[in-house]
Design a protein around this ligand. Structure first.
Ligand code: CA
Length: 226
């Protein structure tokens, strides 16, 4: 079953959240302040987060900002008081996927969580090829088990290349899959620069291996060591 992290400092609310979500079959963990939550997430990224905004330690909106940088696909539901419209708007602008206003009914909360899981299924399953293991949901690459943190663009690039190991992708194909709606405003040069940065990152971890090969006049392909 999916794992949910509840980030809430008010025990009367977290007790209800834990009760409702565990009853529905989810595995749940609780963090009672923002800093502890952030440490927990980095160690064991959950499948969904229910995030209170008014938190001791790291404030909820700050935590959300960190989350969106490092875990762009992780679904987040914010909890906010019904009258805190500005917080709620700010949370959604920062990339929260939904919100539940306090006080909430148990049925409403559960419906929101289930709805979000339906909307955000694990769309980016991990890919394993040879010594490489890409965890797109966490923007993480493991080379022979050693972890390397990527940014979103590097992750999308590798996702594409690893999906067609040995196959050549044109710069234009890569541009579209990496930059999506921003692609029309960019040139092939953006892909070349991204590949250069990613190669440098891979080299630091694995100096003797060249994974991304240039196909002159065409684009790039990924090759695994034989
Ligand atoms: Ca609170």
């Amino acid at each position: 079953m999916p794992r949910i992290l509840i980030v809430e400092d008010d025990a009367s609310i977290s007790d209800v959240l834990l009760f409702v979500l565990r009853n529905a079959g989810y595995r749940c963990d609780l963090a009672e302040d923002g800093s502890k939550a952030w440490l927990f997430i980095q160690e064991q990224p959950p499948d969904l987060i229910v995030l209170d905004l008014g938190l001791p330690g790291l404030p909820g909106l700050e935590l959300l900002r960190n989350l969106r940088k490092s875990f762009p696909h992780l679904p987040v539901i914010i909890l906010s008081a019904r009258d805190a419209v500005s917080d709620r708007v700010c949370g959604l602008e920062l990339g929260a996927d939904d919100y539940v206003g306090k006080p909430f009914s148990n049925a409403e909360l559960l419906a929101r969580v289930q709805g979000l899981f339906r909307r955000c299924p694990q769309q980016h399953p991990e890919i394993r090829r040879g010594p490489l293991r890409l965890l797109p949901e966490h923007c993480e690459l493991q080379i022979d088990g050693e972890s390397l943190q990527l940014n979103l663009q590097e992750t999308r690039l590798l996702e594409q290349l690893l999906g067609g190991t040995g196959r050549c992708f044109s710069r234009n194909q890569l541009l579209n899959s990496v930059y999506q709606e921003e692609a029309p405003a960019l040139s092939d040069r953006s892909i070349d620069q991204l590949v250069t940065r990613l190669r440098r990152k891979l080299k630091r971890r694995s100096p003797n291996q060249e994974f991304i090969h240039t196909v002159y006049g065409v684009g790039y392909r990924l090759e695994l060591p034989s």
